[in-house]
Write a protein that binds this ligand. Structure first.
Ligand SMILES: [Zn+2]
Ligand SMILES: [Zn+2]
Length: 275
């Protein structure tokens, strides 16, 4: 029957029927062959987990994991889903599969460490120490991003200091406003008009259109977006830095490392900057 299945080029409908026949007769080898033929590696993994073919399961992941790393996580989930009730996966086999997945994650570096942590957390009693090297490497990458951002923040601070010095100089020296065109409506500026130190001028009416009346210190509308971006970026960098320090402290103190990782993951602390 195996030879027959291997030889015959089957259409999708025939494959479906062949699968039903194999399932009805408990022909596991045939089913596995059909899943493989249909390029349904995740279904194949589930089948291999259900039929206790752990070596074949690991072989499937090893063969395809380089291009489809999520299969390692699928394998973990399928195995975890079998843990309840009678005839769960024997602990030794389960530990071997977990060790293989972690080894593959370290070897290939393609699995998002936190997705791995999440898949592992379905396996009760898995020690966090298994994935600590992976997490450390990932956090080191994050830390590099943060220090990069710190450097950027420092550049912004330098710029800000320079602007402030310029502003002080401007406040104490007379300034000639030469721009005679309103930056909003492009018509010649006539009184009543507002002149900003950045050099942009507006009709008082044009400025009132864009600004809330109660705004005590209106900004130049032309320059405001740029200034807002700088402010927001600086605030984000500052809050990220605090959150990362918190993460390390809590991870060191916590009994439940998985809980801390999941908590910070949900707050977006561990996602790359700028997202
Ligand atoms: Zn105008
Ligand atoms: Zn301006």
């Amino acid at each position: 029957a195996i030879a027959l299945l291997q030889r015959a080029p089957l259409g999708s409908e025939e494959l479906r029927r062949a699968r039903l026949v194999c399932a009805a007769h408990g022909f596991d080898a045939g089913l596995g062959l059909l899943y493989a033929a249909q390029e349904q590696p995740s279904a194949l993994l589930r089948h291999q987990a259900e039929t206790r073919q752990y070596d074949a399961l690991i072989a499937t992941c090893t063969a395809r994991g380089a291009t489809q790393p999520h299969l390692w996580l699928d394998a973990l989930r399928h195995v975890a889903s079998l843990d309840d009730g009678e005839g769960g996966v024997p602990p030794a086999a389960r530990q071997r599969i977990i060790a293989e997945v972690v080894a593959a994650a370290e070897r290939e570096g393609l699995l998002p460490p936190l997705a791995l942590v999440e898949a592992l957390s379905a396996h009760e009693g898995t020690p966090l120490s298994l994935v600590v090297p992976l997490l450390r490497a990932s956090l080191a990458r994050d830390e590099a991003l943060v220090s990069e951002a710190h450097a950027e923040a420092a550049r912004f601070a330098t710029d800000a200091a320079r602007f402030e010095a310029e502003a002080t100089a401007l406040a104490n020296t007379p300034r000639v406003f030469q721009r005679s065109i309103c930056s909003k409506c492009s018509a010649p500026v006539e009184p009543p008009s507002v002149h900003f130190l950045c050099g942009h001028s507006f009709h008082a009416n044009c400025l009132a259109d864009g600004t809330a009346a109660q705004d005590a210190e209106p900004e130049c509308p032309t320059c405001a977006p740029q200034r807002r971006r700088v402010r927001e970026h600086a605030a984000m960098v500052a809050s990220r830095a605090v959150a990362h320090d918190d993460f390390y402290r809590q991870l060191d103190e916590a009994a439940d490392g998985f809980g801390v990782v999941a908590d910070f993951f949900s707050k977006g602390v561990l996602s790359p900057l700028g997202r």
